[in-house]
Ligand binder design. Structure first.
Ligand code: SF4
Length: 177
């Protein structure tokens, strides 16, 4: 199984709490005006990377927190789900950004396969008119930072509390918010 990938970076501090690995997938059909990652829109560009290779690269770095970003990770849901499942088995904390809303993801069984492995989903398209630099971990105020597991359990959207201490704390290098 392969993921079309734009970039893989390590030690990000802006894509969720603590130092995180970030996988930028390639291909996004949302085309939000004001998007900072327009080079990730074209689904024929980037590189096709084997899930096994990505898994090994991510594991070898040692940080147990990863964020799917894009591009649009939910436009490659099954391949991203396969990677997410394997990382979750290793105790990773997993976030994903998506231009799709929670409600849209609920309508698509493939997208739900990725969602079910996540701790947090930041949902919704970037809306330039609602952009604010004061927002934490999101670009525009319409986007929601959703506690995925609690939302699935309660069958309603539960927002993630940025003040909640989580069990993914990293002893050496964690940043708590
Ligand atoms: S969903 Fe994200 S990557 Fe896609 S166009 Fe919108 S801001 Fe850009």
């Amino acid at each position: 199984m392969k993921i079309r990938t734009s970039n893989l970076i390590f030690d990000s501090i802006v894509d969720g709490p603590s130092l995180r690995t970030v996988l930028f997938t390639q291909g996004c059909s949302h085309h939000c005006p004001g998007c900072h990652n327009t080079e990730t829109w074209d689904p024929t560009k980037g590189q096709l990377k084997d899930v096994d290779d990505l898994f090994n690269q991510i594991i070898n770095h040692g940080t147990k927190a990863m964020t799917f970003s894009g591009g649009e990770p939910f436009e490659q849901p099954l391949a991203c789900a396969s990677l997410a499942q394997r990382l979750k088995e290793q105790g990773f904390n997993l976030w994903s950004y998506s231009g799709y809303t929670w409600e849209q993801i609920q309508q698509d069984e493939d997208k739900k396969q990725l969602l079910k492995h996540l701790d947090v989903l930041v949902d919704g398209r970037f809306i330039l008119a609602q952009k604010s630099l004061t927002l934490r971990f999101k670009g525009s105020s319409n986007q929601r930072i959703i506690d995925v597991q609690e939302s699935i359990k309660q069958n309603k959207i539960v927002l993630y509390s940025l003040n909640k201490k989580r069990d993914f704390r990293q002893k050496r290098e964690g940043i708590y918010i």
